[in-house]
Design a protein around this ligand. Structure first.
Ligand SMILES: *[C@@H]1O[C@H](CO)[C@@H](O)[C@H](O)[C@H]1NC(C)=O
Ligand SMILES: *[C@@H]1O[C@H](CO)[C@@H](O)[C@H](O)[C@H]1NC(C)=O
Ligand SMILES: *[C@@H]1O[C@H](CO)[C@@H](O)[C@H](O)[C@H]1NC(C)=O
Ligand SMILES: *[C@@H]1O[C@H](CO)[C@@H](O)[C@H](O)[C@H]1NC(C)=O
Ligand SMILES: *[C@@H]1O[C@H](CO)[C@@H](O)[C@H](O)[C@H]1NC(C)=O
Length: 427
């Protein structure tokens, strides 16, 4: 079993109280995050927020399109119109390698600048190290290639196929559309290693262009490693984890995440029983594309405004982003809540800071509660009595993207062998 650690960082949007690396990036809205005993002023950078939303909405559009191209059938979550919504999220961090306990173990670290969960892998021969976001909401690996010289790639490590003795040009391009541009380039096969596990002839993209939502200020990792099913792969090739399993680097086709602000970790090859208590509540994957499962209910205290919807469990999305009309119903149950599309960002809502919202998601009949301090993103401004909620509406989504706002409350396991996702109580 291998463990990869990540970084954490809290919700991205919310940077640390002290002057943070997020500053200096455009228009900002000051928020306070209610955090345990003290309330701390925190700065949210709206451009980072919007970039993250762009990545989430665009990512789902790309995956749904790839599914149709790969299988010849429209994905059940596809909606007829074009995407344009809003989203949420962010995420990145830096994987710091902990004193390795086992092959494949990498610790995740808390990076205040980040919003993403990221870790390290190597590509090529000799091995070159890249940080990547480990993203259960997509299926492809890409990093910047040598011809990505625009400012969006500057500051990111670059993969040079000509410098790798194991690279092979697959003779294909790739093009992932993002609202802010596209991530495009050429496909290669090369050796990819993560924490001592090696996949040979792994398909990856060497990007010649990055959209601005992947510029270092918005996306600290160099690249992205998708961890969902091959059916949503733009390359229609086995994702890294599937390659590791096929190449017998991993015997149990399961990976698990702890995404909390301390000791965050990705384990490849099983679940780390030191990190959770009790058993897992498993939810079957309904369509093998995303890690898509039925979400029985979304509750606030004793109200259940949303029932029986499809959801995608996505480590690559910071918040919970969902169908706009269902999110509106959700906030309608919270007294004093307001649509903050024009005051914060499209899709956002506020609620009275003086209240404490106990939001829970029910999977396979079991309630999992979101810590109220994770649901509360902070004050709209320093003297506002309105706080921003971590459930955000997107006009482009028919379903619920269950991101880090939820995943930080549980230990989660992704079981490719049995096509199910499990949640357990964090130790
Ligand atoms: C890339 O690897 C795949 C197996 O993963 C193989 O089928 C294909 O032929 C390889 N392509 C090149 C150009 O080596
Ligand atoms: C989950 O919590 C909600 C709100 O607290 C409650 O109404 C519902 O009955 C609970 N469901 C289960 C399965 O415990
Ligand atoms: C839930 O209960 C808390 C008190 O525990 C209250 O502050 C909050 O407003 C309630 N939310 C709803 C939607 O009733
Ligand atoms: C908020 O507080 C600041 C000073 O702390 C003050 O300058 C500003 O006018 C206040 N805004 C409102 C809307 O009260
Ligand atoms: C959002 O959900 C409502 C029903 O709750 C549905 O009518 C609508 O089509 C959904 N929106 C999208 C974009 O799928």
């Amino acid at each position: 079993m291998l463990t990869i650690a990540f970084v954490t960082s809290a919700l991205a949007l919310i940077s640390a109280a002290s002057p943070s690396p997020l500053q200096g990036r455009g228009v900002r809205i000051a928020l306070q995050k209610r955090d345990g005993l003290s309330s701390v002023a925190e700065i949210i950078d709206i451009s980072t927020l919007l970039a993250a939303l762009d990545r989430t909405n665009s990512k789902f559009a790309n995956g749904l399109a790839a599914y149709e191209a790969n299988t010849g059938e429209a994905h059940p979550l596809t909606i007829p119109s074009n995407l344009d919504g809003f989203g949420d999220n962010g995420d990145d961090s830096t994987l710091k390698r902990r004193a390795a306990t086992a092959k494949g173990t990498e610790p995740l670290t808390d990076d205040n600048s980040g919003e993403l969960w990221q870790g390290a892998l190597t590509v090529g021969t000799p091995a070159k190290t890249f940080t990547v976001q480990f993203d259960t909401g997509s299926s492809d690996l890409f990093v910047p290639g040598p011809s990505c010289t625009s400012s969006n790639c500057q500051g990111h490590a670059k993969y040079s196929p000509s410098s790798s003795s194991t690279s092979a040009d697959a003779g294909k391009t790739f093009n992932l559309q993002y609202g802010s541009g596209s991530v495009q380039g050429d496909q290669y096969n090369d050796t990819v290693s993560i924490s001592g596990l090696t996949a040979t002839k792994q398909r990856l993209g060497a990007a010649s262009a990055y959209s601005s939502s992947f510029a270092p200020k918005n996306f600290p990792a160099d690249g992205l490693m998708g961890m969902a099913y091959q059916s949503i792969s733009e390359y229609n090739s086995p994702p890294v984890f599937q390659s590791l399993v096929a190449q017998k680097q991993i015997s149990t086709p399961v990976f698990s995440f702890k995404l909390s602000s301390s000791g965050a970790e990705l384990l490849l090859g099983g679940a780390d029983s030191n990190l959770y208590t009790g058993g897992f509540t498993y939810v079957p994957v309904t369509t093998q594309g995303y890690w898509q499962v039925k979400l029985d209910a979304v509750s606030v205290n004793s109200s259940t405004p949303v029932k029986n919807v499809q959801s995608v469990i996505d480590t690559g999305t910071t918040l919970i982003v969902a169908n706009a009309s269902q999110v509106k119903q959700f906030y309608a149950t919270i007294p004093g809540s307001k649509d903050a599309s024009s005051t914060v960002a499209p899709g956002y809502y506020t609620f009275p800071c003086s209240s404490t919202q106990h939001v829970s998601l029910t999977f396979s009949g079991k309630n999992f509660t979101i810590n109220p301090s994770l649901f509360n993103l902070g004050r709209v401004s320093s003297n506002s009595s309105d706080c921003v909620g971590a459930v955000v509406g997107s006009s482009s989504l028919s379903f619920w993207v269950v991101g880090d706002t939820f995943l930080q409350n549980v230990y989660s396991t992704f079981d490719l062998g049995n096509n199910r996702v499990g949640f357990a109580t964090l130790k």
